[in-house]
Design a protein around this ligand. Structure first.
Ligand code: GLY
Length: 399
């Protein structure tokens, strides 16, 4: 009889200290962990649930800095554009290393106007995009339908942003877990961190609620909407991250039907993302999102959200009505007081933050990971990241 395979304990930290312990196995935490492990560091990720169980498992995966650009968020836009730049190489490397798809698609996005109010709003948005030098052009109704024949006759014009794209965040999580393991990193699931271990003002590790301890030269908090919960910051410090609920729908294109659109289609009320076969074994999926709600940690799916999202999508892409409705989900985006991320050192030595990415967690994951590795190597925070220092909400520091 063959000898029984040796049981590997995957639930206990294998060494102490690690160079890096990451709290949270969402896209941001896993991307940071993977890049750090690739850079030769010993890395452990602790996840209180499963990989991608937070916002990453619900997100639509938009890589859309141009169509998500908003008035008054110019420095965030710079960061988002830099984040978008990294994605094609990041996806290609992940796919090559793991053989797993990320669902990366760069077909662009159309922001369409369903009525006259929309047209005026989008004209203003387009003027703003042009002032910022963004790659966005105005299309007439006819040009819109030439690009996306499924658009309803009521669509009177649109902004085309050819550089925007999307990935499938759940596929990205699977690929990141595989890549992390290949790079020698460890991941322990069902491991909720209760507190940071500190000594002499320095963070030296973490303790889980069930008593496991992992020593660390650096602890990175990448726990999304849960980042500000008790225990994850020395003496309650750290960025004030709040949950911002987003509900979205997932649908499937039925056999014999075509997807309603190729590109991302958005209106001021919803976005519609078509994920191709590469990301879904059972045919193209269509995601319709998303609400933006301040409801604390509530993740109930509401009839109102399902109704409004479907109606908003159907009014511009009537073929949506022919799709099979698979599910509705609600996730919690991590929002900070200025809705921009908090990336960089915390108050205590040995502590880093990578949280508060709000609507841009997937988009900014590769850039956040690059920044975190840069900081772990002892380099000063890059100039472009200064507006996103985690200490910017601390009034004593500002004073
Ligand atoms: N970035 C899309 C969303 O947060 O809904």
């Amino acid at each position: 009889m063959p000898a029984e395979a040796e049981q590997v304990d995957t639930q206990t930290p294998r060494r102490s200290p690690y160079d890096l312990v990451v709290i949270g196995a969402g896209v941001v935490g896993l991307a940071c962990a993977w890049r750090a492990a690739q850079a030769g560091m010993s890395v452990l990720v602790l996840e209180r649930d499963g990989p991608g169980a937070g916002a990453s498992g619900v997100a639509a995966g938009m890589l859309a800095p141009v169509t998500e650009a908003d008035f008054g968020e110019e420095s965030l836009l710079e960061l988002n554009l830099a984040g978008r730049e990294l994605w094609s190489g990041f996806a290609a490397e992940l796919e090559e290393l793991t053989g797993l798809s990320t669902g990366y698609a760069d077909d662009g996005a159309l922001v369409v106007a369903a009525d006259r109010d929309d047209t005026e709003e989008l004209r203003r948005l387009h003027d703003f995009q042009r002032q910022l030098g963004l790659d966005a052009s105005w299309l007439t109704a006819r040009q819109c339908r030439e690009l996306e024949p499924g658009l309803a006759p009521r669509v009177g014009g649109a902004i085309l942003a050819p550089q925007d794209g999307h990935v499938d965040p759940r596929a990205v999580v699977r690929a990141l877990v595989a890549a992390l393991e290949r790079a020698g990193g460890e991941l322990i699931t069902s491991a909720e961190v209760a507190s940071l271990d500190t000594a002499g003002g320095r963070v030296e590790g973490v303790r889980t609620v069930d008593g496991r301890r992992a020593g660390a030269r650096t602890v990175l908090v990448a726990a999304g909407a849960w980042s500000a919960r008790g225990g994850l910051a020395p003496e309650g410090g750290g960025p004030a991250v709040r949950p911002v609920k987003g509900q979205l729908l997932e649908l499937r294109v039925r056999a014999g039907h075509s997807p309603p659109a190729r590109r991302i289609v958005r209106t001021p009320r919803c976005y519609i993302v078509t994920r191709g076969r590469a990301a879904a074994e059972d045919g193209a999926h269509v995601v319709i999102g998303a609400t933006v709600e301040e409801q604390g940690f509530d993740t109930a799916v509401t009839a109102d959200a399902v109704f409004r999202l479907l109606e908003a999508a159907w009014e511009v892409l009537p073929e949506v009505g022919e799709l099979e409705l698979l599910c509705a989900r609600a996730g919690l985006r991590p929002g900070t007081p200025d809705n921009a991320p908090a990336i960089g050192p915390g108050d205590a030595d040995g502590l880093l933050w990578a949280t508060g990415h709000y609507r841009n967690g997937v988009l900014l994951a590769p850039l956040t990971a690059r920044t975190v590795v840069h900081l772990l190597r002892g380099a000063p925070p890059p100039e472009a990241l200064r507006p996103f220092h985690p200490g910017r909400f601390d009034s004593s520091r500002v004073a």
